[in-house]
Every structure is written in structure tokens, then in C-alpha cells.
Ligand binder design. Structure first.
Ligand SMILES: Nc1ncnc2c1ncn2[C@@H]1O[C@H](COP(=O)(O)OP(=O)(O)O)[C@@H](O)[C@H]1O
Ligand SMILES: [Mg+2]
Length: 270
């Protein structure tokens, strides 16, 4: 393990962060919906090829932050943002950044599986077809690769033309992950991806998340602290739109530095 750096941000967040390569850098980021503040002066770095969990009570701003990372607030005229988000050093709001390309690089998976009303194959090929320019043979290869990467290939390889809606909820969620992977993202954002799934499907999705970090950076929002502990390398604890503590997951759960963190963790784990 590299040496940890301890930093107290201006707002008193406790950040204990290994100086690893950074994928996403969030600097002084704030967001309000109209006059209702949701995020306040957040500063944190998301390390590349690691799983970072955002935890905290319902309404603390986890989904709001995740959505900001691939500019899903762009169309909400109520939203006012401050500060900066950088992906591999580039400001994601810079005029030269095309939002479609940003969303290809930063994929998003939501709580409820949302396969499109089409076949399993067509779901995974959807983004590839939008991009165009691929021969069928090459597209087939990528679809297979994406389904294998999402640990779904063996379950669907004999029925690629069947409706995506014929799959179980857990399979649908892995299909959505395959669809996202097919266009080659660098970052995968997952907003409570297993909270609508049964325990066995949940474990499959968790295993998938752990395996995927070999090839990309993952950010996992979860209200389930055991899940954060099982899956993530780093955990950020948010409360009332503020970052309270950010540390390696083991440290955060076994040796939290701030009483606010400890109260939340012990209250919820007990
Ligand atoms: N589209 C929206 N318009 C107005 N307020 C919102 C919207 N989405 C979320 N909020 C508010 O922002 C705060 C943070 O919500 P959210 O990011 O969904 O929290 P979490 O995901 O941690 O439960 C909450 O007070 C919520 O009511
Ligand atoms: Mg949420």
C-alpha cells in the first residue's frame, strides 16, 4: 500500500487518500436545484482502476453527484452548479467536450434495470450501431466480448434474438452493464445497481464489479454499507450534501476518523 496523505479540506472533510493515478477529479463542486442546495463544495479524487463507493443517508446527494459526473443535469434548467469536474485532467464542461462522447467514456447504470424493448443482441449492439462504421462480423465479436465481460454470455448465447425482457431482473442488469461496456467506457457509474435484485443476483453483480476494475474505473453508489465494504477500495461518506470522510474502505469502516462517520457506520451496521 502506498503512503496515505491526510488532508482536511476547507470544509473539514477528512480525506485519507492514496496518491494513485486519478481518473475523475472533483474540485469545489456544488449543485443546487433552484434555491435548494444539494451538494456543497465537494473535493475528491476518484482513482483509476479502483472501485470507489459513495455512501450516506437517503437524500444526502449521492445520485446528484453521480449524475453530475456524466452531465445528466444538463437539461434540467433548475440546476445551478459550481466548481469543477475533470476526467483525465480535462474539464468535462469545457466547450470542446461533446456530451455524447463524455457519456460514452463515462457510462451510467441505474437502480432499476432498463433494457430497451428489443432483443438481447440488439440491446448490446445499440450504441455500436449509433456510432456506425462496423461490419457485422466485428460487431458480433464486440457483442460477445461485452456479454462475456458482464458475466452473461453463457446464459444468453443460445438466445441472443430473444427479447431482453425475457431475462430475469439480475440478468437484465448485467445486460445493461454489457450494453454500457460495448461502447468502451473508461468509467462506469453505478447508482444502487443491485438494490432491486435478489441476494444471489446481487452477489453476481458485486463479483462483476470487482472483476471489471481490471479494465475500468468504477463508482458505486450504495445505501448498503456491507456492499460498499465487500466491493469497494475507497469509500466516500456524504451527509447533507457534504463530503464528511473519504478513505480506503477498510480504514473508513474499521477506523473512521470523524465522529459523524462513526455514528453513521455504527448506527447502520449494528
Ligand atoms: N430533480 C430534482 N429536483 C429537485 N430536487 C432534487 C432532485 N433530485 C434530487 N433532489 C433533492 O436533492 C437532494 C439529494 O438527492 P439525491 O441526490 O437523490 O440523494 P441520494 O441519492 O443520496 O438519496 C434531496 O434533498 C433530493 O430531494
Ligand atoms: Mg439516490
Amino acid at each position: 500500500m502506498p503512503v496515505m496523505r491526510e488532508v482536511r479540506s476547507t470544509r473539514g472533510a477528512f480525506i485519507d487518500f492514496a496518491p494513485e493515478a486519478t481518473s475523475l477529479e472533483i474540485r469545489g463542486f456544488g449543485l443546487r436545484y433552484g434555491d435548494k442546495p444539494a451538494l456543497n463544495d465537494l473535493t475528491l479524487r476518484v482513482p483509476r482502476h479502483r472501485v470507489t463507493a459513495f455512501i450516506g443517508p437517503s437524500g444526502c446527494g449521492k445520485s446528484t453527484l453521480l449524475r453530475a459526473l456524466n452531465r445528466l443535469h444538463d437539461l434540467n434548467e433548475e440546476v445551478v452548479q459550481a466548481g469543477e469536474i475533470r476526467l483525465e485532467g480535462q474539464d468535462i464542461h469545457a466547450p470542446e467536450v461533446a456530451v455524447a462522447e463524455l457519456r460514452r467514456r463515462v457510462g451510467m447504470v441505474f437502480q432499476a434495470p432498463n433494457p430497451f424493448p428489443m432483443s438481447i443482441y440488439d440491446n448490446v449492439a445499440f450504441g455500436l450501431r449509433l456510432q456506425g462504421g462496423l461490419r457485422k462480423r466485428r460487431r458480433d465479436d464486440i457483442v460477445e466480448w461485452a456479454l462475456r465481460s458482464a458475466a452473461l454470455w453463457d446464459e444468453v448465447k443460445d438466445r441472443l434474438r430473444a427479447s431482453a425482457w425475457s431475462l430475469s431482473g439480475g440478468q437484465q442488469q448485467r445486460l445493461v452493464i454489457a450494453r454500457t461496456l460495448a461502447v468502451g467506457p473508461e468509467v462506469l457509474l453505478l447508482d444502487e445497481p443491485a438494490s432491486a435484485l435478489d441476494p444471489i443476483s446481487t452477489l453476481k453483480v458485486e463479483e462483476l464489479i470487482r472483476n471489471l476494475k481490471a479494465s475500468l474505473t468504477l463508482v458505486l453508489v450504495t445505501h448498503n454499507m456491507q456492499q460498499a465494504a465487500r466491493v469497494s477500495d475507497y469509500t466516500a461518506f456524504l451527509q447533507d450534501g457534504e463530503l464528511v470522510e473519504y478513505a480506503p474502505t477498510d480504514t473508513l469502516f474499521t477506523n473512521p476518523r470523524l465522529a459523524r462517520t462513526e455514528n453513521y457506520i455504527t448506527g447502520r451496521m449494528a
